[in-house]
Design a protein around this ligand. Structure first.
Ligand code: UD1
Ligand code: CA
Length: 439
């Protein structure tokens, strides 16, 4: 097996996604805390391609902005008004060839008019396949290179192939071509091996075949799938690699699939954490985003959702019924029935039940934010406790201090916010109002 880099990965993201019935492009719907397009870009980056191209058209600005945000070096290629996956790849290739020509001209190795184009392998990935992983892409690419193929398609065998392009094989079992559902004969409709819309092509083969594609099919589109039969007719070897799981290559076309793939992604994420030493008591009610980091011997109790860049240190117990977004939890912390975002909890701290941690909450080691307590933009020193029925906003509290039950830190005078400062080893009584600014 070779580890050669692909010359380019082309992600197709120009389609309309009508079946989502949404004002938002289907590429920008999220599962596991990341957009569908973000998942595909992350898997594509795993191949370390020389160029990563995203083809855009519908919701162009939003889709392009998301691509640039995830991969600053991404090349954006615009598809024109000719529809179809084949046209999308052609637009990407023209963009890449122009760039390759500019580089050659700049280096003085080509003069104007020279036919300098991209060389090597081009990987094409549909932008709506969020569960695709870098290992599957790498295996596809490696088999393509090792076999000296003109083209290689990633396929899957599915129980219900409705809507998919079918893989047509000859009497020797070799790939003869792909036929779309709407163009298939009754016999071809019985085929359950489907096209994933993920391929590797030799750049020269792809360029040559794209130029010969027509629009003579049921949808009147330029089909990328037709490249395979052309490559084979020209004497090239067309390979196929079957994905281990059909879900890995399933596209998001409607919100039912979005939910199904979201659940599968979550199941995979939970499995990864459990195998790495995290106890998850009830995987059925636990949702964890892909970027969340959990140390060994963390325990997650039922009804817990961990989002964004949340990190949990070893020995901590989170839940039940807790939602944390971008919260940094230290070691040996307990967080019970709590809703929190953008907070930092020190080692050995305890939170809840029924706490609301708002952005800027910093709880020191062995500190406590207790029952029916809301905090915002507050530094709480080591070992300090806010046990009951309290609102603390815009404050600094020293170490080893206890804030009495029913305290309100009155931080807002209707126009401006002010800070309250409480020293170390202080004890405040019950039912106080600290009208800021106050020390
Ligand atoms: C496509 C394949 C089909 C395959 C299926 C797998 C073709 C002709 N058909 O069908 O064989 O089984 O995917 O999910 O390729 N796109 C563009 N520009 C376009 C049209 C589509 O960029 O003009 C993008 C879409 O944004 C999407 C991807 O290409 O990311 C696939 O498009 P979609 O319309 O979902 O294709 P399918 O009909 O599902
Ligand atoms: Ca699709």
């Amino acid at each position: 097996m070779t580890t050669a880099r692909p010359a380019a990965v082309v992600v197709l993201a120009a389609g309309q996604g009508t079946r989502m019935r949404s004002a938002t492009s289907k590429m920008l719907h999220a599962i596991g805390g990341r957009t569908v397009l973000g998942h595909v870009l992350a898997a594509s980056q795993g191949l370390d391609p020389e160029r990563l191209v995203v083809v855009v058209r519908h919701a162009r600005e939003e889709v392009a902005a998301e691509a640039v945000a995830r991969v600053p070096a991404v090349v954006i290629a615009d598809q024109d008004d000719v529809p179809g996956t084949g046209r999308a790849v052609q637009c990407a290739l023209e963009r890449l060839d122009a760039a390759a020509h500019a580089v050659a001209a700049g280096a003085g190795t080509a003069s104007a008019g020279d036919e300098v184009g991209l060389e090597g392998t081009v990987v094409v990935v549909a932008g709506d396949v969020p569960l695709i992983d870098p290992e599957t892409l790498a295996e596809l690419h490696a088999q393509h290179v090792a076999g000296g193929h003109a083209a290689t398609v990633l396929t899957a065998v599915v129980p219900d192939a409705t809507g998919y392009g079918r893989i047509v094989r000859d009497e020797h079992g070799r790939v003869a071509g792909i036929v779309e559902h709407r163009d298939a004969t009754r016999e071809q409709l019985g085929i359950r091996e489907i096209n994933s819309s993920i391929y590797v092509f030799d750049a020269a083969v792809l360029r040559g075949a794209l130029g010969r594609l027509g629009q003579d099919n049921a949808q009147g589109e330029v089909y990328l799938t037709d490249v395979l039969a052309i490559a084979r007719a020209d004497g090239g070897v067309v390979g196929a690699v079957q994905a281990a799981s059909a879900l890995t290559v399933e596209g998001v076309n409607d919100r039912v699939q979005l939910a199904q793939l979201g659940a599968e992604l979550n199941r995979r994420t939970l499995t990864r954490h459990m195998l790495a030493g995290v106890t998850i008591v009830d995987p059925g009610t636990t949702w964890i985003d892909v970027d969340v980091e959990l140390a060994q011997d963390v325990t997650i109790l039922p009804g817990t959702q961990l989002h964004g860049a949340t990190t949990i240190g070893t020995g901590s117990t989170i839940g039940p019924d807790t939602t944390l977004t971008d919260v940094e939890v230290g070691e040996g912390v307990t967080v019970v029935r709590t809703h929190g975002s953008l907070a930092v909890l020190g080692d050995g701290a305890s939170v809840g039940p029924f706490a609301y941690l708002r952005p800027g909450t910093h709880l020191g080691a062995h500190g406590k934010i207790g029952t029916f307590v809301e905090t915002k933009n507050v530094e709480i020193g080591e070992g300090s406790k806010i046990p009951h029925l309290t609102y603390v906003g815009d404050a600094t509290i020293g170490e080893g201090t206890n804030i009495g039950a029913g305290s309100i830190f009155v931080n807002y005078d209707g126009v401006r916010k002010h800070r309250t400062s409480v020293g170390s080893h202080a004890r405040t009584g019950a039912n106080n109002k600290f009208v800021a600014p106050v020390t």
